[in-house]
Design a binder for this molecule. Structure first.
Ligand code: ADP
Ligand code: MG
Length: 480
């Protein structure tokens, strides 16, 4: 980094300060540091994840605009958490070897495939080929025909379709395709649809793996004698699909994932990934892997809107009717479920299954009253969430970059004492637990210690605006 960069950074900070005001500036940006500038990207860091996500969701554009005012060539701001930037060593295995193997020419691959006696997909059913490659099982119900497209998933659907329709040898448009969404919003459905559709062409092999399967099958195979056979199989793959990437764990697994990813992408194969969060939030992943993941097309699927929920329900009822012709759900019941049951696709399925069970067991028609009774516990709760002490400890520890064990320990260093006091204060204000109970849950402390902490923070909150805001945000985070 040059001294001009630092001077520029100083001017950008002044701009920011002028734009947002002293208070906001000192709460959020005072601890932000410049890590470097690479081409069109400015790399900044902050000390906690909380700061990072807050700045990202509230001030990302402002920060970028202030940079651009000083340096118009800047197009991107990359924000990282300082202490969380762990640089892992390059993988021990030889990536070059695998990369070139993977890049091995395709005619060769096809011939190998034939002569090794593997079933050709033209002759074998789609799933048999998929299983022969070691893929996770595919559910025949999860296909494009049953995937309902709405506002929240149009782009993800279009991208998945595009990948599924690609032909061997086509240029890859976006690589990797990375889809993220919360639980039950259709990631697995979309990825499996892609795998089914992609594999229906005799020309192409799509391999669908859960992250777990990747870890325990794939990586295990890479490490054993089977590695050769495994690489053979890998060579035959045109599209590798990995579901639930957030479950990928362990340093060496990640190193192997990283090198598989690089090898496939460099060889022009398509990689498709789903996870419950964006690449930047896969905290345990190596920075280089994250940026590789973010380098393709990243698409988020939002929560299912009411319209989409209703469409999904209609599809589901129609499908159920094929096996249970007497299953009639009046439109107002469907509308009621679409309106009240949470945005999660799994709960919709659960609600319909209950209606189906009820109508089969009692042979009574489905009415609104009955539906209300049957799905009561799936209805989106209106009252605020009950906060647990463990959650408080977890969130506070993360916010201040200490461990939960530190909070419970008897250590008295300043960097642990304050977070511990904040956590006790939150436990007192957000839960119904008594002071002695809170003391017990914080490493067996006396109730007077808890009381002292609560008073201390109460006083500080009145004088320290930044702390007050920080606590407000912690509360909000816990109650969300
Ligand atoms: P995720 O993998 O994101 O947790 P799933 O793909 O398992 O979610 O979806 C949960 C349930 O909701 C499944 O039964 C799925 O078929 C259904 N679902 C979700 N989105 C859609 C959609 N757009 N169209 C049809 N069904 C959907
Ligand atoms: Mg899933």
């Amino acid at each position: 980094m040059t001294s001009t960069d630092q001077e520029r950074w100083a001017r950008v900070k002044e701009r920011l300060r002028a734009e947002v005001g002293e208070d906001i500036y000192s709460s959020w940006f005072a601890r932000m540091e410049l890590e470097g500038i690479e081409e069109d990207t400015v790399k900044l860091s902050v000390p906690t994840r909380f700061l990072k996500s807050w700045i990202q969701s509230h001030y990302a554009e402002k920060v970028l605009a202030c940079w651009q005012a000083e340096q118009p060539s800047i197009l991107r701001i990359e924000l990282t958490v300082r202490s969380a930037v762990i640089r892992t060593l390059p993988p021990k295995s030889k990536p070059a070897e695998t990369a070139s193997e993977l890049a091995g020419n395709r005619t060769q691959t096809v011939r190998d495939y034939k002569s090794s006696g593997e079933p050709r997909s033209m002759l074998a059913p789609v799933s048999a080929v998929h299983e022969a490659l070691g893929g996770s099982p595919l559910d025949p119900r999860l296909c494009f025909e049953t995937f309902v497209v709405g506002r929240s998933n149009t782009l993800a659907h279009a991208a998945a379709k595009q990948v599924a329709q690609g032909r061997r040898g086509d240029a890859v448009m976006f690589n990797p395709l990375y889809i993220h969404a919360g639980v039950g919003l259709g990631k697995t459905h979309l990825l499996q649809s892609l795998a089914w559709a992609g594999n229906s062409s005799p020309e192409r092999k799509v391999l669908y793996l859960t992250a777990e399967k990747f870890m325990y099958g794939f990586v295990a195979a890479l490490r054993t004698q089977n590695a050769i056979a495994f690489k053979e199989a890998l060579r035959a793959i045109d599209v590798l699909v990995i579901d639930d990437l957030q479950f990928l764990q362990g340093k060496s697994t990640q190193a192997e994932f990283c090198h598989t990813l690089n090898a496939l992408i460099d060889a022009g194969r398509q990689v498709v990934i789903a996870a419950d969060r964006p690449p930047s939030d896969l905290e345990s992943l190596d920075e280089r892997v994250r940026s590789r993941l973010a380098g393709g097309l990243v698409v988020e699927m939002g929560s299912l809107g009411e319209e989409l929920r209703l469409e999904i329900l209609k599809y589901r009822v129609a499908a159920a009717k094929q096996h249970h012709p007497g299953f009639d759900v009046p439109p107002q019941v469907l509308i009621f479920i679409a309106k009240t049951v949470t945005h999660n696709g799994r709960d919709l399925e659960g609600a319909l299954n209950r209606l189906l069970a009820h109508s089969k067991l009692t042979a009574q028609p489905i009415t609104l009253e009955m539906a209300e009774r049957e799905v009561r516990d799936l209805i989106r709760p209106q009252e605020p969430k009950r906060v647990k002490i463990e959650d408080i400890q977890r969130v506070v520890a993360r916010q201040y970059n200490v461990s939960r064990a530190d909070l419970l320990s008897s250590r008295r260093t300043a960097n642990v004492v304050r977070p511990r006091q904040v956590a006790m204060y939150l436990a007192k204000t957000l839960t119904l637990r008594s002071l002695p109970e809170i003391g017990r849950r914080f490493g067996g402390r006396d109730h007077t210690t808890v009381l002292h902490a609560v008073r201390k923070i109460e006083n500080l909150v009145n004088t320290d605006a930044a702390l007050a805001e920080e606590i407000e945000l912690l509360k909000r985070q816990l109650q969300e």
